[in-house]
Ligand binder design. Structure first.
Ligand SMILES: [Zn+2]
Ligand SMILES: [Zn+2]
Length: 266
């Protein structure tokens, strides 16, 4: 059994989290997760307002969880929703407490989150959406000063239901995706395998073809993330994801403690 770790999970400390932090730990532990790192949202101007974190409460909850589950490793991190306009504020928030892990996240593209799918796709073809999204990721990767991993590459199609908008594929934009993957490799940043849509896509974000290309280019640093916002979603898709990652030739998952990288054998 590999050391199952989840480096993308939310609790009610996040604006859209639905389960208490200790309940999330308990649910993940029941699924075999041994190392859990919370990544509560910092995300300005979402459709539900600003998502900010009550840091003293966050630290208190993490301390309680560590005391209650001494057989687990429990980290404290943030999912940093970056945009050019909000970057300075996001950085300020990300520096307020010592963290184990900083997860760079790009939700909004041109001021709109693809979560608002009707609005986002009203004036975009699929091809235009791919270009706009990957250009936004490229901008964030280069401009955000301090992070450990890139979250959910392919998020742009997470919320669309139409068969005309299948998940992001390598062939959609080989040049842009190569640039992104090479940037991560050359700069020692990890790539997340996000399993939050595994049930629907039968694949992670990014999908298998993009992960295969990352491996082919020499990529080795993968974090695994359920992106669970409630206990029902704890460790969702992990068994299938681990199988896929192994089949592509990866030998480790990447974990972070105190911002230091640890390689966990698969
Ligand atoms: Zn996200
Ligand atoms: Zn998330």
């Amino acid at each position: 059994m590999p050391c199952l770790c989840d480096f993308h999970i939310h609790s009610t400390l996040s604006g859209d989290g639905r389960s208490d932090l200790l309940d999330q730990v308990r649910a993940s532990r029941e699924k075999g997760v041994k190392w859990l790192c919370f990544t509560e949202h910092i995300d300005y101007a979402t459709s539900e307002g600003d998502y900010l974190v009550d840091f003293p409460l966050y630290q208190q909850k993490i301390a309680e969880a560590r005391a209650a589950f001494p057989d687990m490793t429990i980290g404290i991190g943030l999912e940093l929703g970056d945009t050019r306009e909000e970057r300075a504020d996001v950085i300020t928030q990300s520096d307020r407490i010592p963290l184990d892990f900083k997860l760079l996240s790009r939700h909004k593209v041109g001021g709109i989150d693809p979560y608002e799918a009707e609005r986002f796709f009203a004036h975009r073809t699929r091809a235009q959406a791919v270009e706009d999204y990957l250009d936004a990721i490229w901008e964030s990767l280069n401009a955000f000063p301090d992070y450990d991993a890139l979250s959910h590459l392919g998020y742009v199609f997470k919320f669309v239901q139409s068969p005309e908008f299948p998940p992001l594929r390598y062939d959609d934009a080989p040049d842009r995706l190569d640039a992104i993957l090479r940037f991560l490799i050359e700069n020692g940043k990890a790539l997340e395998v996000n399993t939050s849509r595994w049930r629907r896509f039968g694949d992670g974000m990014p999908g298998k073809d993009i992960l295969a290309r990352y491996r082919g280019l020499g990529g080795e640093l993968l974090t695994l993330g359920s992106d669970a916002h409630d206990t029902v979603s704890a460790a969702q898709g992990f068994d299938a994801a681990i199988e896929q990652i192994r089949s592509l030739g990866f030998r480790h998952l990447t974990a972070f403690a105190g911002r230091q990288r640890r390689m966990l054998p698969l």
